[in-house]
Write a protein that binds this ligand. Structure first.
Ligand code: ADE
Length: 230
């Protein structure tokens, strides 16, 4: 059974609507919807925004629901000129860009004593997602790349340039790498699926407001297909 996490209500409300006779279990202020979508058992939940909410949510999915995989669906700011608003990004791996223990000789982004800088997404889930894209979102471009996560909305050219120079990266958002780290600790496979709502630069806030809905439709379409295929 997959656990599906979206940070915001809009990111999961459509999937919740499509769930047949869901059981709703509330833990830590989060409503976990357990039921079937496309004939497959799944748990869908809104985690709330940011790394801590996201990590707590993963732990509950693992402990209480015994999920076998986790998919994070949502929107993100693009970090590359060729990744446009409405496009999809499948994570290859995820890094927390706001971690800085350089004082102790760790590279930027690396959490002390974790032994890894980037948390790798599950290859099989990625492959299935890429196949699903061809079927359900064939007119939408799909990219694969690193997701950069931090407890901040990135909306300046300077910050965007710093992020890409420091970490590389295809897109930036506020939960993915925390979900990745929590999944890694629990040895549960995960995938981050993000649709682009803005370019993470000075126009980000305006674009975000205009394109949020469209981007959510794209990531939800893929997530639904992924649930069916898994
Ligand atoms: N989610 C969508 N766009 C974002 C941005 N520019 N920064 C952080 N999170 C986002």
């Amino acid at each position: 059974m997959l656990g599906i996490i979206g940070a915001m209500a809009e990111e999961v409300e459509q999937l919740k609507k499509e769930m047949a006779q869901p059981e709703i279990i509330s833990v830590a202020g989060m409503d976990f919807y357990k039921g079937t979508i496309q004939g497959k058992e799944a748990v869908v939940v809104r985690s709330g925004v940011g790394k801590v909410n996201a990590a707590v949510c993963v732990q509950i999915l693992v402990d209480r629901f015994g999920v076998e995989g986790i998919v994070n669906t949502g929107i993100a700011g693009s970090l590359k000129a060729e990744i446009d608003i409405g496009d999809l990004v499948l994570a290859t791996d995820a890094v927390q860009h706001d971690v800085d223990a350089t004082q102790f000789s760790y590279p930027l982004g690396q959490i002390p004593q974790m032994g890894v800088l980037a948390f790798e997404a599950d290859r099989k889930l990625r492959e299935i997602a890429a196949e699903c894209c061809l079927k359900v979102n064939s007119d939408i471009r799909v990219h694969e790349g690193r997701v950069l996560t931090g407890d901040q909305f990135v909306s300046s050219k300077e910050k965007k340039t710093w992020l890409t120079k420091t970490f590389g990266g295809a897109c930036t958002e506020m939960e993915g790498a925390a979900i990745a780290q929590a999944a890694y600790l629990n040895q549960v496979p995960f995938l981050i699926v993000r649709a682009i709502s803005d370019k993470a630069d000075d126009s980000a806030q305006m674009d975000y407001e205009e394109f949020e809905r469209l981007a959510i439709v794209h990531s939800v379409n893929l997530t639904r297909a992924l649930i069916r295929a898994c």
